[in-house]
Design a protein around this ligand. Structure first.
Ligand code: TXA
Ligand code: MG
Length: 342
């Protein structure tokens, strides 16, 4: 068992040395914490899968500190170039054709493409520069669990399995980056994130496919990660549409065990829930809701008495794409209305 250190950003040297030794270091980004290893060290990358319990066919994102670093291992096309200028550093991951023979199959899952991203976090870009290596970085959670937005979430899931965590406080965005496939003629969003399809279309000047992340049970998803259960606490999670909260609260009051409620402040006020136990505020707007979603799911997951969590679904508009996508997965697609109208 490894003792897992928690490093401040001033202890960067220790974190960089650990990466160079082939150890695992969790790093902050603007989206969620990532589990870092030297992308050129096959053995280190293998440890990432083991620590997370991640299926080996689910490829990793390679994180760089500078756009120029990407051409060491991937083929950068014109669309990618434009999007890098517009949105990097930032929450946009691009899938590009991989250069043969540079990265191991462990990174790419044997695909002929690779996912790349330049995170908007100074400490992590410094870590990449100091260690001299691009870093693979899946979200730093146990596979299937909500992604970590605080160092303590990483510690909860991975202590004893990784060398350390570079702690830079709460992540700002709270849901993972947009994953955009640029490896074929038709660009396609494989995972919705903060950067919306409209923002991408505005930069590359063409319509893109923004629906491919809706995958039916019998289809093979383009992002291998999408076929696995995701973001899911051990407790039952139900989505609640705005018009169902009155009924949902009556249902909650009829339960023997406490029910966790996750909702925005306007709903807390409207339903006079302020000050009650088992309430997790999602803040005032769609940005705060995304930032607080995973932390709330983890909070109730750790509460022994709570068996059920009700979470506010947000209006189906572009800016809520990532929030509703993660909540949809965490809940397995279940709505409280299924329990109300029986
Ligand atoms: O915000 C983020 O993207 C975070 C932070 C740490 O950077 N990282 C993250 O990584 O969410 P991960 O591994 O949890 O999710 C990466 C997703 C997975 O669904 C994976 O299947 C997909 O990207 N992916 C990676 N490489 C791919 C490829 N070559 N082709 C298609 N999908 C790929
Ligand atoms: Mg993940």
């Amino acid at each position: 068992m490894t003792e897992t250190k928690i490093w401040t950003v001033n202890e960067m040297d220790a974190a960089a040395r650990a990466i160079q030794r082939g150890s695992l270091v969790a790093f902050p980004t603007e989206t969620v914490y990532g589990l870092g290893a030297d992308a050129y060290n096959e053995k280190a990358v293998g440890k990432v899968y083991a620590a997370k319990g991640r299926p080996s066919d689910n490829p990793l994102i390679v994180h760089v500190a500078d756009p120029e670093q990407v051409s060491d291992f991937a083929i950068v096309n014109e669309r990618a170039q434009k999007l890098m200028s517009a949105y990097w550093p930032g929450p946009l991951t691009m899938i590009l054709p991989v250069k043969p023979g540079v990265l191991s199959m462990t990174v790419t899952g044997g695909l002929d493409t690779v996912a790349v991203r330049l995170p908007d976090n100074d400490a992590t870009r410094q870590l990449i520069r100091e260690s001299g290596k691009p870093l693979v970085g899946p979200s730093a959670n146990t596979s299937g669990k909500p992604s970590p937005t605080l160092a303590k979430h990483v510690y909860h899931d991975l202590h004893g399995k990784i060398a350390g965590i570079l702690d830079d406080g709460p992540t700002k965005i709270g849901v993972e980056s947009t994953v955009l496939d640029l490896s074929s003629d038709m660009p396609a969003v494989l995972r919705p994130g903060k950067i919306t399809p409209a923002q991408i279309e505005a930069v590359i000047g063409m319509a893109i496919d923004s629906e491919v992340h809706h995958v039916a049970d019998d289809e093979t998803p383009k992002a291998p990660g999408m076929k696995y259960r995701h973001y899911a606490p051990d407790k039952a999670v139900y989505m609640v549409a705005p018009e169902d909260w009155t009924q949902a609260i009556i249902w909650m009051q009829s339960q023997l065990e406490p029910v966790g409620l996750m909702l925005t402040n306007d709903l807390i006020e409207k339903h006079q829930l302020a000050g009650m136990d088992f309430i997790w505020s999602l803040g005032d707007n769609n940005d705060t809701a995304a930032a607080k979603l995973f932390a709330g799911l983890r909070y109730f997951d750790d509460k022994k008495d709570v068996q059920t969590i009700l979470v506010a679904a947000m209006p189906q508009v572009d800016v809520n794409g990532a929030y509703n996508n993660r909540l949809g997965k965490a809940s397995g697609g279940h709505w409280i209305s299924e329990l109300l109208h029986v």
